[in-house]
Ligand binder design. Structure first.
Ligand SMILES: [Cu+2]
Length: 220
């Protein structure tokens, strides 16, 4: 016959294991990040009427082979031209000729002409060493109108948001909270169980008064 406090403790322990396994599942299901040094990854780039790039991520991993998947949604020609110069932002006052001269001097990591009406294009490049790299559109007037952005390699550019892939920090925060509560419940269950057990096991001569009747079981 298992004593009541021990039984309660075992019930809490079993519940705790179930909760931990359930909470841990989303995190475990994700493959470990960057297992090998030279993985492949995808950078989605969407262009259209606006003088702006919409990208799927602001950060790549140095050494990775990056496939650029470009989606053209309108009839405005653009280029996706990624600078090879780390931590350098081209002055927004530069003319188109100055921009062309810059890239003649510093060949870009990738330079894709995106014709009007084209649905999708792909290109690839090897993610450069640690740093922040600027990408621009070379169609005259577009860079000057603000068509540029920053891609971090091994670092997130200041002011940008983290890539939205993966489980996100919320999963780990919730999992951690649940685990903490479970551990607290385990400790409390153990302490309460021991104290109840101690009362009933204490010899009457040390107790100094008649041993109390065992508590009535709760209604099932
Ligand atoms: Cu453009």
């Amino acid at each position: 016959m298992v004593r009541r406090p021990l039984r309660a403790f075992l019930a809490i322990a079993v519940l705790a294991v179930v909760v931990i396994v359930a909470a841990g599942r989303p995190a475990i299901a994700q493959p470990p990040a960057a297992a090998s040094a030279h993985a492949t990854e995808t950078l989605g780039v969407t262009v259209g009427t606006a003088f702006a790039f919409t990208v799927s991520t602001n950060e790549v991993t140095p050494g990775d082979t990056v496939t650029v998947q470009i989606t053209q949604t309108d009839d405005v020609e653009h280029t996706f031209t990624l600078s090879s110069v780390a931590n350098y932002t081209i002055p927004s006052s530069d003319s188109s000729d100055q921009l062309t001269a810059f890239f003649a001097q510093h060949p870009p990591l990738v330079n894709v002409t995106i014709p009007s009406g084209q649905a999708t294009l792909t290109a690839s490049f090897t993610a450069p060493p640690l740093g922040v790299y600027e990408y621009v559109c070379l169609i005259p007037g577009h860079f000057q109108a603000g068509m540029s952005g920053l891609l971090g390699s091994g670092v997130l550019p200041a002011g940008s948001t983290a890539p939205t892939t993966g489980p996100g920090w919320q999963v780990f925060a919730i999992g951690g909270t649940v685990a903490s509560l479970v551990i607290l419940a385990l400790v409390l269950g153990f302490v309460v169980g021991r104290r109840r057990g101690a009362v009933h096991e204490m010899p009457p001569e040390r107790l100094g008064y008649p041993e109390p009747a065992p508590p009535t079981p709760p209604a099932k």
